[in-house]
Design a protein around this ligand. Structure first.
Ligand code: HEC
Length: 137
């Protein structure tokens, strides 16, 4: 018997998808120039995708990774968020970049929370997320 149910299910899944436009990895690769002074991208096996600075943590595999989970010496606020099990996905990544300290305040509920990252990115965060995700986990 033909049933319309699977189609209804598929459209329901579509509607449930986050409202973010999928990022453009090629644009993100050039956008990463803004991050390079402080962040390197190096895989666990030693493959260096981009040699950058060490002021911030290695961003290889960051999309899908728990917040504040490398051996970097993170600030207390981001460590507190990491302890709640929050994962970097496109949505959390874009929100964090737009205002790192503001995002940490919101996530921790602590008005004194602050980020060691002194940089804000108001647009193009989803492209950088797509670029980093394309390099693997
Ligand atoms: C001036 C240096 C600086 C620049 C530029 C910078 N960052 Fe950061 N970033 C940091 C530091 C320092 C931290 C650690 C924050 C903390 O411990 O509170 C950090 C943390 C992060 C984290 C959290 C990683 C984790 O392991 O949980 C992400 C994601 C991130 N940065 C992305 C970016 C991206 C993408 C850019 C470019 C658009 C960028 N940053 C530009 C210094 C920088």
């Amino acid at each position: 018997m033909f049933s319309a149910k699977p189609f209804a299910l598929v459209s329901a899944l579509f509607l449930a998808m986050p409202a973010f436009a999928a990022g453009d990895a090629a644009k993100g690769e050039s956008g990463f120039k803004k991050c390079k002074a402080c962040h390197t991208i190096e895989a666990d096996d030693g493959t260096i995708f981009l040699k950058g600075g060490k002021t911030g943590p290695n961003l290889f595999g960051v999309i899908g990774r728990a917040v504040g989970s490398t051996d970097f010496n993170y600030g207390d606020s981001i460590k507190a968020v990491g302890e709640t099990g929050t994962i970097w996905d496109e949505e959390t990544f874009v929100a964090y970049l737009a205002d790192p300290s503001g995002w940490l305040k919101e996530q921790t509920g602590d008005s004194a929370a602050k980020s060691k990252m002194t940089f804000k990115l108001s647009k193009g965060g989803e492209d950088i997320a797509a670029y980093l995700a394309s390099l693997g986990q």
